[in-house]
Design a binder for this molecule. Structure first.
Ligand code: PLP
Length: 395
């Protein structure tokens, strides 16, 4: 009899999936026709911008024409897109070569797949509260996980130290769920720590496009020394509404070497073995994101989400509730009022004002007592949800 990967039995049920849907489902069953203000989901509500749609249509037409048709795409990404993305970095002073950029089907895929580059004996540091995939992907592989809690005292941006020692270090900035963003100085300390210990940082930059403050780093490669210790995983999901279209990119500098092994070469070998590349059509759509028109249009969409964030932040300010994020991140992480637990607060919002958010506990034990609002919702819904929240909590 074969033995399945028994590490799957160690996975904890996803609190968020298993509790939110049944709770909202039960509410709707008891209150048929009720409208729920969904401020919990991380999915976007605006469609792809015009420049992307035009490029997608043109790429579909290419596929109908024998002379312009594309079959298999290069496994590591189409040269046109790798070049455009590398140039996007170079324009910001980050001197990458095109072959240091890999096109992917999104950050989730990469966050899981990239673990192939690490031995199972490697430990993984997860700064909590955290995006749940970091823990689960490593549990599946049987890796030891080092949990580093963060909290109000350090603004959810902990410093490296003895308790953070691990081989793989996950850093997500701007952070999901807390919205906290590392400054150059703080991120620099993690880069130095990784270089000193021979660790590798997996830097999740899925929300970099939401950074407004130009002093904050949008890429870990803005930090000196990162090229010898970091891999950056990016996504067009939230930057450009590609959640359902699927496109991302990963930067692996050629200078990242451990034990004589060059991670960039290893990833080329991995991709050429395990994928046949991302669809031509989608890569053409992705390239349009980086055009002048595309950049203008995606910024307009981001402005709409930032409008949602402002409404919610204004409401929490009026209520005197402490929160993080919102300005440089699409998430608002608030402290539950009156010492309420995060699921208790979830139930109260659902039952009394039909607003659905995400309980902090779902992102790790230290998220208890906090609550996450997403700003990716419909602006009208967000406005009504903010009003309802104010009415409920100002009573
Ligand atoms: N990383 C973080 C921190 C996220 O919050 C998400 C999605 O919500 C992802 C990665 C996944 O992004 P993608 O849609 O590119 O798979």
């Amino acid at each position: 009899m074969i033995t399945p990967n028994m590490h799957y039995a160690e996975l904890k049920d996803s609190y968020l999936c298993y509790n939110i849907s049944p709770k909202t489902g039960a509410y709707l069953q008891a209150h048929p026709g009720a409208h729920l203000y969904r401020m919990g989901i991380g999915d976007v509500s605006l469609p792809l911008c015009g420049a992307v749609i035009k490029a997608l249509h043109e790429a579909v037409d290419d596929q109908a024409d024998k002379a312009r048709f594309h079959g298999y795409m290069p496994e590591c990404g189409a040269p046109f897109l790798r070049g455009i993305i590398a140039e996007h970095y170079r324009a910001r002073g980050i001197m990458l070569s095109d072959d240091e950029v890999f096109v992917s089907s999104g950050a989730s895929d990469e966050l899981g797949d990239i673990l192939d580059l690490f031995d199972r004996a490697c430990s993984a540091l997860v700064i909590e509260p955290a995006y749940p995939a970091y823990v689960d992907a490593n549990v599946m592989a049987g890796r030891k996980i080092v949990h580093l809690p963060s909290g109000e005292d350090n603004g959810f941006l902990p410093e490296p130290g003895e308790e953070a020692r691990a081989d793989i270090l996950y850093i997500c900035s701007p952070n999901n769920p807390t919205g906290a963003v590392f400054t150059r100085e703080k991120l620099g300390r993690w880069v130095d720590f990784a270089n000193e210990n021979g660790s590798v940082i997996l830097f999740d930059a899925a929300y970099e496009a939401f950074i407004e403050d130009e002093t904050l780093p949008r890429s870990i490669f803005e930090i000196p020394g990162a090229e010898t210790c970091a891999i950056e995983i990016c996504s067009l999901s939230k930057t450009a509404g590609f959640t359902g279209t699927r496109l991302g990119y990963t930067v692996i500098p050629r200078a990242l070497v451990r034990n004589g092994m060059r991670f960039n070469d290893m990833w080329v070998r991995n991709r050429t073995t395990k994928t046949n590349g991302v669809s031509y059509i989608i890569q053409k759509g992705g390239a349009a994101v980086f055009s002048e028109e595309g950049q203008k249009q995606i910024k307009e969409n981001i402005r709409v989400y930032k409008g949602n964030a402002k409404l919610l932040m204004h409401t929490l300010d009026r209520l005197g509730i402490r929160y993080w994020g919102g300005t440089n991140a699409p998430y608002i992480w608030m402290k539950c009022p009156d010492g309420m637990g995060s699921w208790e607060f979830f139930d109260r919002l659902l039952n009394e004002i039909q607003v659905v958010g995400t309980p902090g506990e779902g992102f790790g034990a230290c998220g208890e007592g906090f609550f996450r609002f997403s700003t990716f919702g419909d602006p009208e819904d967000t406005e009504r949800a903010a009003q309802r929240l104010f009415e409920l909590l100002s009573k």
